[in-house]
Structures are given as C-alpha cells and as structure tokens.
Design a protein around this ligand. Sequence first.
Ligand code: F0G
Length: 377
Amino acid sequence: MSVGAHYQGIIERYRDRLPVEASTSIISLAEGNTPLIRLENIERKIGRGIELYAKIEGQNPTGSFKDRGMTMAVTQAVAEGSKAIICASTGNTSASAAAYAARAGIRAFVLIPQGNIALGKLAQAMIEGACVIQIKGNFDDGMQLVKDVASAAPVTIVNSINPYRLQGQKTAAFEIIDALGRAPDVHGIPVGNAGNISAYWTGYSEYAAVSPATASCSFCTDVCRYQAAAKAQSRPRMFGYQAAGAAPFVRGEMVDEPETVATAIRIGRPQSWDLAWAAVRESGGAVASLTDDEILQTQRMLADTEGVFCEPASAISIGGVLRDIDNGNIAEGSLITCTLTGHGLKDPDTAIKQSEGAVIEIPAELDAVKSAILDNL
Ligand code: F0G
C-alpha cells in the first residue's frame, strides 16, 4: 500500500517485514508515519556540514514511540486469545498499553513508580481505563514484579522483553531510510530499558540486507520502499545516551538507585542489556551520559530554536550528538538522525518549572499591552 492512501498503521505498511499472519486481525491506532524534520536552525548554528534530522515520535497516537511496538504486542496477544496485558512503566508504555487494550477490548494492568511519572502519562493510563497500580518502588522493582506475576497469572507482558514490541519499533528505522533514500551516518537515541536502540539496529540491519537485485515491487505507487532499502547498504553508528544519574551502560554495571529529571529513562536495570551492547558495538557507536541540566537546556533549546517540544528524555539524543560533534566523536559532514521519543506535553510540570519568568503579568489595559510588546521586541 502506498502511504498516500488511507494510512492504517505500521503493520499494514510493513506487513511483509513483520511477524503477522494474513488472517490476523490488526489492533491499530494508525501509529507510525511520523515526521522526519530537518533541524535547520541548529544546523546553521553548528555548521561543519552537519545534516541533522529529528524523528518526531511524539506524533504517534499516544504521544510516544511505544505505539509502534504496542500495535504488534497487542495484536499478537489478542491473536493468542489473551484477555489481559500487563507492563511496568515509567509512563509512556502504560499510556500506550492502556490505549491499545481499550481498542482491543481487553484489560490492561500497569505498574508505575509512585511519584515519578509525568502527569500527562498518568492521565492517559487513567482515562483509557487501565487498572493503574502505583508501587512504592521504581521501574526496576515494577519490572521484576511483572515478570513474577506473569508466570502465575493469565496476563501477557507487553514490556519490550516481549519480542513483538521490538519488531514493531524497528519500523521507525525503515521510515527513516524510506524518507532519506539512504541510511544516516549516525543515529542518536535515548536509552532506558534499552529496547528501542536494539529495535532500530534490527531495522537498519534488515534494510541493509535487502539486496538491490530484489529491490523492485509492483504495489508501491509513490516512493518504492524496496528501492530505498536497496540504497541503504550501509548502517548508521548507533549513539545511545543516558541520564547521568541513571547510566548503567556508561558505568558498565546495573545501577541500584537511578535518579533523573528525565523520569521516562529513570531505569537502573535495563532488560535489553545484551541487545543494546550488540547494537553499539556492531555499529561502531558509543554510549554517553548527560546531566539533568544538560538535558533540560537541550529540551528548551529545541523548543525555542526549532519549535519542537519533546519530553526531557527525548532531548537527550540531540544534546548528546551536539556534544559528540563538538568533541570530534562525530565527523564533519555527517548525516545524523535523532529519535525524539515522546511529546513535550507528556510532562507539563517540568516544562513550566524550567520556563519560570516567561509569563508577563499586566493589567488588562491597552497601554500596558503596548509597553509589554515594546519592552520585549
Ligand atoms: N524516551 C522515552 C520518552 C521513553 O518513555 C523511554 C522508555 C525511552 C526514551 C527509552 O526507551 O526503554 O526502549 O530504551 N520508556 C519506558 C516506559 C521504559 O515505561 O515508558 P527504551
């Protein structure tokens, strides 16, 4: 199907590259097909022939990249006859699980860390009818509990340890190559539970393996994705970024008490440890960490330089590559893509807190408005 026709989500678009049967009924909210925006203002500032693109995953139906994986995981759960799904979450997975469960007419149980979930994400899980279970513990505690309970109760885990999740999430790499007509040189991505970096690497690797000889098809009416895939004989270097207080990959060991303002990636015991290391090593990439201040500064800079409002955990990918360009780890002239994993509106509290003083209070009078404008032109 061409993307121009009525778009029906990643499974319909990439069905031949995903583990679904022709007869399977698809649970979808038309996820995917997200914008790849060139960050021209930032490019102008940094120079050095860098081309920088952001994959805006906040424009998925529930505002994060999780929807790509969730359409696959819930479609498979329903196909297997499951009546309930469960996940531990720092927020986005729970919002997505709740939405896809609602769509499928099944029950969602979500375990979230008390006091460390952004308000928008909590609101989503609640209104979408999930059974929201707050635990007095962090994401890693929740993940262990989910694994324990799923072996004893009739529920399907939809965290990224469910392999269908990564299958869905790999489609973001396909979309990037379809849009650019080639693979990027470098891909920057936040790392929390480490599923997404693994999924992108799978996607890039699959497209790189498509041989030009097979690169034709009869059903793509606009850009033929097989031709795009055939051009992608290279794969990007994968650069993963973590918050300094929750950086097990940078420290080379699990972290017991992860802490960061970027609550989405407040994770000390990532489940996809080996897969993520493989992605970094095979690609010749790297992992690095950013402080909370660096994360928030980048979030704000993206919003007021490019008009792109992402959540703090997402901004880390741009902050990270900018630093790696500066220190020479990323070569001049590179084509770089970064995943902005979640929408800024997920976490209004953090945005407002760091924009203090941005609101001018005046009497409701013409003169006061005039001088407010003149003072701030
Ligand atoms: N960015 C955002 C906005 C996230 O919500 C997450 C993970 C990540 C990045 C990291 O991705 O785990 O695949 O390495 N959020 C999960 C959740 C843990 O529960 O919503 P990852």
